[in-house]
Write a protein of this length. Structure first.
Length: 502
């Protein structure tokens, strides 16, 4: 007898429908799984056999073949366990086969027959909604996550026995809504003393989604500033929150409901290139994708491997990364605000008299960061050592006050960029800059003068315009003025004296 069960596999971030076809016929007892399955799927034979027997069912002593179709699509992970078990029970007459048309299933089985949660339940629920299957059976722990997708009936199930009872007509238990994760103690900019230029740089970066490099001696507050950027970013919109949850779910980082705050990822400098941008024999999202719509913080930037940093160049430019392994490709989103921190030299005190580095040491340190990578960073801010008076002074700003200005600036961008596909000024494409930047003649002359004096690359010129547009949004200006361009050039650590003379 033949039974078909619907389940899903995840390719990159995309769910693909898989039909688990179970055939039982006469012959010597055997159990085979075919259909380009990985080791975790092939090992399902032992889990399924034990789960069926320990749940009070009879495991057929006949020839069993489970085909995972389509055969060309690679199947990875233990999420096929429940589909294979249900298919065997339906093919052997121990579960109603007709009910399988109404439910897709996705869960791992324990040897005792209990359901264990699998990665990517949200993505699977989205796939179920796309193909039109009415319901989805998942482990109880993932029901709240799957229920975030509208239009799909979610059945939380704790065991194989309960799954069969559901197919026989039992009403599924109610899904308990998973609350949004509670906000932790978010660091506040009120803790910062001094550093007016760095505070301005963070505000501009938050308002426009711009990449920023903080450079200064050890202990000057670079890491402290970077960790306070999430507190001034606008909250995630519902579509952004759903996308962030999907990515984290696929990596097994379950957030406990839709998040409100933007993600903040700070990988260690020993991370590999594939760990940073994604990869593996079966590609999975990297840290850049886990920070999608949020902040990717690279502390001690010069200590990261050259290969890892160079791998970031295209993702920073395009907002996505394509990972190719053999004939398999996966695309992961990487729309992040990059915040990097570095010392000016190996000892950290260049160019002061305290620096003990030789000329060769300085040259070696500078070569760690390539020009093409630095050209993709919009803001390069010096974080100097605060004075004793600065440390005694009251705070200059609070995160709440800055966030209010950032939210207003982002609202202006959202209205202006409607229909372009961009979400903030940093995502503004070169094709739309001329139409949407709205620059007056004096600002245009200042920008042209900086470019003609070889202070900017063509890419850098576009990035200065984007930063100037953000500064204008913070100021409530309709058009980019000369002062906005000069300030954008200054934040990029370019000399503007020649521009002013022009």
């Amino acid at each position: 007898m033949l039974a078909r069960v619907t389940t899903f596999t995840i390719d990159g971030l995309r769910p693909h429908r898989v039909a688990v076809e179970v055939d039982i016929h006469a012959g010597l007892p055997a159990f085979r799984i075919v259909g380009l399955a990985d080791a975790a799927v092939r090992e399902a034979r032992e889990r399924v056999r034990a789960a069926v027997q320990n749940s009070g069912f009879e495991f057929p002593q006949r020839r069993i073949t489970a085909n995972l179709a389509p055969a060309h699509l690679r199947k990875v992970g233990p999420g096929f366990d429940l589909a294979i078990a249900v298919g065997i029970l339906a093919a052997s007459g121990q579960a109603p086969a007709a009910a399988l048309e109404r439910w897709a299933v996705h869960a791992e089985l324990s040897l005792g027959g209990e359901l264990r949660p699998c990665h990517g339940s949200l993505a699977v629920a989205e796939g179920v909604a796309r193909v039109g299957v009415p319901g989805l059976v998942v482990a109880t722990e993932r029901a709240g996550e799957a229920a975030l997708v509208e239009g799909v009936r979610i059945a939380p199930v704790a065991s194989l026995r309960e799954a069969v009872e559901l197919l026989e007509g039992a009403e599924p238990a109610a899904v308990v809504a998973r609350p949004a994760p509670e906000l932790g103690d978010v660091p506040d900019l009120a803790d910062v003393r001094g550093q007016p230029t760095a505070l301005l740089g963070l505000e501009v970066a938050a308002a426009g989604g711009h990449n920023v490099l903080l450079e200064g001696p050890p202990g000057s507050g670079k890491t402290m500033l970077a960790r306070r950027l999430p507190g001034i970013l606008p909250p995630l919109t519902p579509p952004e929150a759903l996308e962030v949850t999907r990515i984290h779910s696929i990596r097994g980082l379950h957030l406990g409901g839709l998040p409100v705050e933007r993600p903040f990822r700070a990988p260690h400098h020993t991370i590999s290139a594939s760990g940073l941008v994604g990869g593996g024999s079966f590609p999975v999202p990297g840290e850049a994708s886990l920070a999608h719509h949020g902040v990717l913080f690279l502390d001690e930037l010069s200590e990261f491997s050259r290969s890892a940093l160079e791998a970031l160049r295209a993702p920073l430019e395009d907002g996505r990364v394509a990972v190719v392994r053999g004939q398999h490709a996966a695309v992961f989103p990487t729309a992040v605000t990059l915040v990097a921190a570095t010392n000016p030299c190996a000892c950290g005190f260049a160019p002061t008299s305290r620096c003990t580095c030789s000329e060769a040491d300085l040259a070696r340190h500078q070569r760690r960061l390539s020009g093409p990578l630095l050209d993709r960073i919009d803001l390069r801010v010096d974080v100097g050592r605060p004075s004793a008076r600065d440390l005694r002074d009251p705070p200059a700003v609070t995160s709440r006050a800055v966030r209010e200005r950032v939210v207003v600036a982002r609202a202006r961008q959202t209205a202006r960029l409607a229909g372009t596909g961009a979400t903030c000024n940093a995502r503004l494409t070169a094709r739309h800059i001329g139409d949407l930047a709205r620059m007056d003649d004096a600002a245009q002359r200042a920008l042209d003068a900086a470019y003609e004096r070889d202070a900017l690359s063509a890419r850098g010129r576009h990035r200065v315009v984007r930063v100037a547009r953000t500064i204008a949004d913070l100021a409530g200006a309709e058009r980019i003025e000369r002062g906005h361009v000069l300030q954008a050039l200054t934040l990029r650590q370019r000399s503007v004296h020649d521009v002013e003379a022009a």
